[in-house]
Design a protein around this ligand. Structure first.
Ligand code: MN
Ligand code: MN
Length: 311
């Protein structure tokens, strides 16, 4: 049992170290004018070169888009001038995940907005110990972001992580949520992710869906050959982790046919969808995220050794 947990810590740390290198790569790569799809493909390839796998498609969310935006195969969008860009990176090693995000600012007026989320995350991490309530860390996040004159996005939150499972059940609110009673525990991994905005402080779903995950694994009747083939590949490659159409190009080359198959699998209940999330008043959004692991010896910030040292 002890061996298992050491193996677990080792994998979490390895995934975290790789994610830290990936963030550095992202900072150098992302500039106004570059295509989102080029960023995603390069970053995901870099993760694979470092002997890990993306734990979910790279999220590149511009301005008022908060999350769940990953480029389509034929995506034409480029990083705009004067923008604020969230890049959310998932790396896994043997199913052990580092979930981490940074905000890049190409507009001097939005620098403080990014700083608010980054400062909130650092202070939140310092507040974590075994037995501390999730909502107390949420309170630290909210009060820090408020001091900068911004709002937290209340309907986005951090979460516990488990092997091959990004959202493992616990929710870490970005405010002092009175209905949250959970506490940080030893032997668990968590992602903490404050979002700050100059808008209303909430997100809503757009109709666009670019990220999916497998919902049921048991294949029933009424599937076409293509649907069956796609489901088998998804379950083999991604298990229940999120994925996108770019990762299935080799299975069905024709983009329109691939999209038809995916739509049909959603309708038949095999796939869940993660719609693109936008700030409800179209406010600019910033986000920073780190993954932590609480060992018996203390809190390890797996995705950021610099912050680990600060504890
Ligand atoms: Mn994330
Ligand atoms: Mn997360």
């Amino acid at each position: 049992m002890c061996r298992t947990s050491e193996e677990e810590i080792k994998n979490y740390i390895k995934a975290g170290e790789i994610s830290y290198r990936v963030k550095d790569y992202v900072e150098k790569l992302v500039k106004p004018g570059i295509k989102l799809v080029e960023v995603a493909e390069k970053v995901e390839s870099y993760i694979r070169e470092l002997n890990a796998q993306p734990a979910f498609p790279l999220n590149i969310s511009v301005n008022e888009i908060a999350a769940h935006r990953t480029p389509l195969i034929d995506d034409g969008e480029v990083i705009p001038e004067d923008s604020i860009v969230k890049v959310d990176i998932g790396v896994h090693v043997n199913g052990y995940i580092a979930d981490t995000a940074i905000t890049l600012v190409f507009n001097d007026k939005l620098g403080k907005l990014a700083e608010a989320a980054s400062d909130a995350l650092e202070k939140a991490i310092l507040a974590v110990s075994p037995g501390v309530r999730f909502s107390d860390v949420g309170a630290v996040i909210e009060s820090t972001i408020r001091k900068y004159g911004f709002k937290v996005i209340k309907n986005l939150s951090g979460h516990s992580l488990d092997r091959y499972n990004i959202h493992a059940g616990d929710i870490i609110p970005n405010f002092k949520d009175p209905i949250s009673h959970g506490k940080f525990r030893v032997g668990r991994a968590y992602a903490i992710e404050p979002f700050a905005t100059d808008g209303k402080g909430a997100v809503t779903e757009l109709r666009q869906v670019q990220i999916y995950a497998l919902k049921k694994t048991k294949l029933g009747f009424g599937l076409t050959d293509d649907e069956r083939k796609v489901l088998e590949v998804i379950s083999e490659r991604f298990k229940t982790l999120p994925f996108c159409e770019r990762w299935l190009r080799d299975v069905i080359e024709d983009v329109a046919s691939l999209r038809n198959v995916m739509r049909s699998l959603v309708r038949k209940g095999y796939l869940r969808q993660y719609p693109v999330l936008v700030e409800i008043r179209a406010g600019a959004v910033s986000q920073f995220e780190e993954t932590i692991y609480i060992s018996k010896e203390g809190v390890i910030v797996t995705s950021n050794p610099e912050l680990s040292g600060g504890r």
